[in-house]
Design a protein around this ligand. Structure first.
Ligand code: ATP
Ligand code: ZN
Length: 303
C-alpha cells in the first residue's frame, strides 16, 4: 500500500469529532478567521478561506494520526498525547512530533481517587492495591517513579464505577470539577498529571506552502489567545490620582491620557490590560477616584 500522505499545499488538522474538546477546537479556528462547517456526516472538511482541511476523529486517534504523518496538525489533550507517546516508546514505533502551542482550554488533571470510606495517609497506602484507569502508562510511570508496586487494571471507560464493581480498589482518572467523583463517592487524593489541550504537529519538514500556512495560523492563534484575557479599559480620573490609578491596572503599559472638554482637574484614561479585570479591581479604581469605568472585550490582538 502506498504511504498515506497529506496534500502538498494544504495543512491537514485532526480535531475531536464530538466531545469535550470539539467546541473549543472549532471556536479557536473560527476566532482565527477560518471557516469550517461543523461535522455532520463528513469526516474531512475543507476550509474555504484558508489552506487547511479538518479531519474529525476520536481524540484517542489524534496523536497517532499526527505522529504517522496522516495529519500535519492535531488538537488534543496532553493526557492523551503523553499516554500515546509512552506507548510508542515501549513498542519502539516512535514517530516525530512537536507541541507547537499550549492552548487555553481542555484543562483537567489525572488524579488518583479512593472510595470515600477508605482511609488514606499517603502514597504508601497504594502499595499492593488494584488501580483502574484508562491511562495505564501514565499511571504506571507515576507508580514506578514513586516506587510503589500496584496492579494497574486497564478500562477504556466508566473507570469511576470500578471500585463498586469490585474490579479495583482505587482509580486513576481525569478530574475537572470533581463532580463525577463526588457522585460516585470517590475523593481525589493525588494529582499525577496536569493536562491541557495543545496544538500538535508532525515534526517532518513541511512544504513551503504548508510552512507559510502554519506560520499564519500560529500568529493568529497567538493573537486569539492573547486577546482572550485582555481587556480595553476606559475611565475618567482626577489628575491628582493618576499615578495611583495607573498602578491598579493589571498588566498594562503606557495608557493613553486624553483631556476632558471643560474639565481642568480630570482626564480620560484608555489602556489595554493584559490580564483579567475583576470586579475587585474596578472597585479599587473607583475608590481611587476613577469614574465612568468601562471594560471592553478585545477580539484580536497583534503586537
Ligand atoms: P472520544 O469519543 O473522542 O474518544 P472521550 O470520551 O475519550 O471522546 P472526552 O470526555 O470528550 O473524551 O474528553 C476529551 C478530552 O477532553 C480529554 O482527554 C481531556 O484532554 C479533556 N478534558 C477536559 N476536561 C475534562 C474532564 N472533566 N473530564 C474528562 N476529560 C476532560
Ligand atoms: Zn477518547
Amino acid at each position: 500500500m502506498p504511504p498515506i500522505t497529506t496534500p502538498k499545499d494544504r495543512l491537514r488538522l485532526a480535531v475531536q469529532k464530538s466531545g469535550r474538546l470539539s467546541t473549543d477546537s472549532l471556536d479557536l479556528l473560527k476566532h482565527c478567521g477560518i471557516r469550517v462547517k461543523s461535522p455532520k456526516e463528513r469526516l474531512l472538511l475543507h476550509a474555504d478561506n484558508f489552506p487547511i482541511d479538518v479531519l474529525f476523529v476520536r481524540d484517542d486517534d489524534i496523536p497517532q494520526l499526527v505522529m504517522d504523518g496522516v495529519c500535519d496538525l492535531g488538537i488534543v489533550g496532553t493526557n492523551v498525547l503523553e499516554e500515546a507517546a509512552l506507548e510508542r516508546r515501549t513498542t519502539g514505533a516512535a514517530g516525530g512530533y512537536a507541541v507547537e502551542r499550549p492552548l487555553d482550554f481542555g484543562g483537567c488533571r489525572l488524579a488518583l481517587a479512593l472510595p470515600e470510606e477508605r482511609p488514606y495517609s499517603g502514597l504508601r497506602d497504594l502499595q499492593g492495591l488494584r488501580i483502574a484507569t484508562s491511562y495505564p502508562r501514565l499511571t504506571g510511570r507515576f507508580l514506578a517513579e514513586q516506587n510503589i508496586q500496584a496492579q494497574v487494571v486497564y478500562l477504556s471507560g466508566s473507570v469511576e464505577i470500578a471500585p463498586r464493581l469490585g474490579i479495583a480498589d482505587v482509580i486513576c482518572d481525569l478530574v475537572a470539577s470533581g463532580s463525577t467523583l463526588e457522585a460516585n463517592k470517590l475523593r481525589a487524593v493525588e494529582t499525577i498529571f496536569k493536562s491541557t489541550a495543545v496544538l500538535l504537529r508532525n515534526s517532518r519538514e513541511f512544504t513551503a506552502e504548508k510552512r507559510h500556512a502554519l506560520e499564519i495560523l500560529l500568529r493568529r492563534i497567538d493573537g486569539v489567545q492573547r486577546a482572550a484575557e485582555a481587556k480595553y479599559i476606559m475611565l475618567h480620573a482626577p489628575k491628582a490620582n493618576l499615578a495611583a490609578i495607573k498602578q491598579l491596572l493589571p498588566g498594562s503599559e503606557n495608557p493613553t491620557i486624553l483631556p476632558l472638554a471643560g474639565d481642568e482637574t480630570r482626564v480620560a484614561l484608555h489602556a489595554v490590560c493584559q490580564e483579567a479585570v475583576f470586579w475587585e479591581t474596578m472597585e479599587s479604581l473607583k475608590q481611587a477616584g476613577a469614574t465612568s469605568i468601562l471594560v471592553l472585550p478585545i477580539e484580536k490582538m497583534m503586537l
